[in-house]
Design a protein around this ligand. Structure first.
Ligand code: SER
Length: 317
């Protein structure tokens, strides 16, 4: 049985990954590392928790020793738009936490999962069917931390044999914990507005295509990759994964089928637009499909129905 430590377990991905991992591996085998509020409802009652500053290597090492951890999910990150406003913080959190995890994983022989992102690509990357192996010259500090992370993780694998694995997540759409400061956040916020009966101002232009994924598929991607037979893996850090690609108009139309009176207008945020314009339209994820059987379950329509139904319950609408 695995003994797992999640760093950043209160964030958008961590709050749901912890529930899923506990349902698979057992509540007491998943230790949830937290740093700062807000905490998900019932967080401290749901299972073992530990305060961890990802920039403090001793705190990570002590926890790994204390609980006999063999697998670390490192989810500490500052998302793209926020990182542009404080590049030093973006670098320190993105790369500092990873270096600490890599060194602890090396010392205590842990497997390590770290998310990369569509942000690891830049304007000189082919935009459509972006290949698994291609140009990676991002123009955001977030992307620079992600490319650095991919390379460091591959380095620790080839040089020290650390079992590092990673996926390049697209925008993740979810309904439990809000993302914060990401360029793809609009695709989450729009649902909250629609379900609450409010209008939505979209920060990126019509025609801006980005890869997206519904949270249940994102959780599958992380867990299935960590469970994958290592002898099949040609790549490690990091795999392209995607479930859908849409622009704001397509998402608006999908939501309007359920809320015909819902109104979306545009109020373009130049920072988010520039970031989105530098990222791919649609990734080619065939390497993930062939090396560890990646296969997402939710397309735009199916995700929209589930998001709306779940949010109606959560928001009492
Ligand atoms: N969702 C992230 C962001 O927009 C991309 O990985 O920053």
């Amino acid at each position: 049985m695995k003994k797992i430590l999640i760093i950043g377990s209160t964030g958008q991905i961590g709050s749901e990954l912890s529930i899923r991992l506990r349902s698979i591996y057992g509540v007491d085998n998943v230790i949830c590392g937290y740093f700062a509020p807000p905490f998900p409802e019932g967080f401290f009652e749901a299972g073992p928790t530990v305060e961890i500053d990802a920039l403090n290597i001793n705190q990570i090492a002590d926890t790994v020793k204390k609980y006999n951890i063999d697998t670390i999910y490192n989810l500490a990150a500052i998302l793209s738009a926020t990182a542009e406003k404080n590049p030093k913080l973006g670098w320190d959190v993105g790369v500092g936490s990873l270096m600490n995890c890599l060194d602890v994983a090396k010392e205590y022989k842990c497997a390590l999962f770290t998310p990369s992102s569509i942000g690891a690509f830049g304007p000189s990357t082919p935009k459509d069917n972006t290949p698994q192996d291609t140009v990676q010259r991002p123009t955001t500090i977030y992307g620079i931390t992600k490319v650095t992370g991919e390379m460091l993780s591959d380095y620790y694998y080839t040089r020290f044999g650390v079992d590092t694995r990673s996926v390049r997540f697209p925008g993740i759409i979810s309904n439990m914990t809000l993302p914060g400061g990401g360029t793809t956040d609009y695709a989450v916020e729009i649902f909250y507005k629609a379900v609450k009966g409010e209008d939505f101002e979209c920060p990126v232009k019509a025609g801006t295509f980005m890869d997206m994924m519904y949270m249940p598929d994102a959780l599958d991607a992380a867990i299935d990759l960590m469970e994958a037979d290592p002898s099949r893996l040609i790549h490690r850090n990091s795999f392209n994964v995607t479930a859908m690609s849409f622009d704001p108009e397509m998402l608006y139309a999908a939501i309007k089928k359920h809320y015909p009176n819902f109104k979306m207008t545009y109020n373009v945020d130049p920072l988010k637009q520039a970031i989105a314009d530098s990222w791919p339209n649609k990734l080619d994820d065939s390497a993930a499909r062939s090396e560890w059987d990646w296969s997402p379950k939710y397309d735009l329509e199916k995700m929209t129905v589930d998001m709306i139904n779940t949010l109606k319950t959560r928001l009492n609408k």
